[in-house]
Every structure is written in C-alpha cells, then in structure tokens.
Design a protein around this ligand. Structure first.
Ligand SMILES: Cc1cc2nc3c(=O)[nH]c(=O)nc-3n(C[C@H](O)[C@H](O)[C@H](O)COP(=O)(O)O)c2cc1C
Length: 198
C-alpha cells in the first residue's frame, strides 16, 4: 500500500501522486528562473490531441515588474496567501486547431483537456522540484486576458502559485486549520467497468 502525507492509496502507485498537494503557506523565497523553467518543461511534454500542444503559460516571479499585476488579478482570498508565493503562472489554452489535411482551423474539442494534462505534469514536477504548486480558479476571469495581453482564440483556464512551502503558522488561524493534504473519493465512485454508474 502506498502512503505519504497521511494519505493512503488503495492500489500501489508512485509516491509522488500522494506527495503532491496544494499548500497555501509559502515562505516568500525567490525561485531561480532555471527551476521555474524546469517545472514548465515538464508541462511541455504532456500528451495532447494531434500533438497540438494548445497550452500556453504566462508567468511572473515575485520581485519582478509584472508581479503586482499578476497578483492583483487574483480574488482577495487567493491574494492573501499567494502573495508569499515565488511565482504565478497563468495557464492558457488555444481554442482552435488545424488538424492534418484541414484547410482551416476548427474548434478544438480537447483544448482544455490537453491543457489540464499539462497542468498535471507541471504540478507533479513542481512537487518533485521542491516548489509545490497550488492551482486557482479564483481570479478575474473576464479581466485576465486583457491584462495579460492574451489574444482572441485563447482561454485563460486557471492560474497557479508556485513556491517554497512554509509552516502553517504563516497563515491565518482559519487557513492554517485547512493546511493539510486532502483525501479522495473511493475509486469505486469514479471508475466503472462496462458503463457509467450513478
Ligand atoms: C483548477 C483548480 C482551481 C483551484 N482553485 C483554487 C482557488 O481559487 N483557491 C484555492 O485556495 N484553491 C484552489 N484550488 C485547490 C484545490 O482546492 C485543491 O487542489 C483540492 O482541494 C485538492 O487538494 P490537493 O491539491 O491539496 O490534493 C484549485 C485547484 C485546481 C486544480
């Protein structure tokens, strides 16, 4: 049985899947650009439909000119803890693709799915590198594209904080109480042999 972080998998899996979780207590330590690029490199190798690689990443490291703008796009709750992260990465997908043999771009059925796969790789590499990531949908969704200069034909999917994990005493009492790796639904509730089951 695989265990880590107080989590137990019901079937044997790589430890990294249990070790990865989403902290909010970040130390404020600056991340070397090379480390951040390593984390994005892992995302780059994700699988995608037709190998179209619809993912894009727009990032800012703390103490750089873009940081305040990137942070300011988050909802106040997320700002309150992500301000101590080392980097913020907006995760964007390209909504159209030109399949082999087609004359024109067509809407992609899988742009978000593919980009989610890239985010998964990013989060696992971030954990492995010692700079865990925390995904967020709490940001100015209508305003982010304009603020980040994202053109038409792209969707801002989410944003993640990346940083050095600190002690939960860095957080408010309320947030500190939630600073613990979470559990999961049983596999029997999400995986069905032979057909969908409600
Ligand atoms: C796309 C996405 C959006 C999320 N949005 C937020 C958010 O806005 N604020 C937040 O504190 N956590 C957010 N989370 C973190 C989730 O709550 C967290 O991943 C989930 O509870 C599972 O916990 P774990 O990642 O620690 O295993 C988000 C996660 C994902 C993947």
């Amino acid at each position: 049985m695989t265990t880590a972080n107080g989590r137990t998998a019901d079937h044997e899996i790589g430890k990294l899947f249990l070790e990865r979780w989403s902290p909010r207590a970040y130390t404020g330590e600056a991340i070397p650009e090379e480390t951040l690029l390593t984390i994005l490199e892992a995302a780059r190798w994700a699988p995608s439909s037709y190998n179209m690689q619809p993912w894009r990443f727009v990032y800012a490291r703390r103490d750089t000119p873009a940081w305040e703008k990137f942070l300011g796009l988050l909802v106040p709750f997320n700002q309150s803890w992500a301000k101590n992260a080392a980097a913020l990465v907006y995760i964007i997908s390209k909504t159209h693709m030109q399949p082999p043999g087609a004359d024109n771009p067509v809407p992609s059925h899988t742009h978000s799915f593919d980009t989610g796969a890239a985010w998964g790789s990013l989060a696992l590499q971030a954990e492995k590198s010692g700079w865990p990531a925390h995904g967020m949908v709490g940001f100015d969704i209508p305003g982010a594209a304009t603020a980040l200069g994202v053109p038409e034909g792209y969707r801002v999917e989410a944003v993640c904080a990346i940083g050095r994990k600190g002690d939960k005493s860095l957080l408010s009492e309320q947030m500190a109480a939630r600073e613990v790796p979470s559990a999961r639904k049983p596999l029997s509730e999400i995986a069905f042999e032979g057909g969908f089951k409600e």
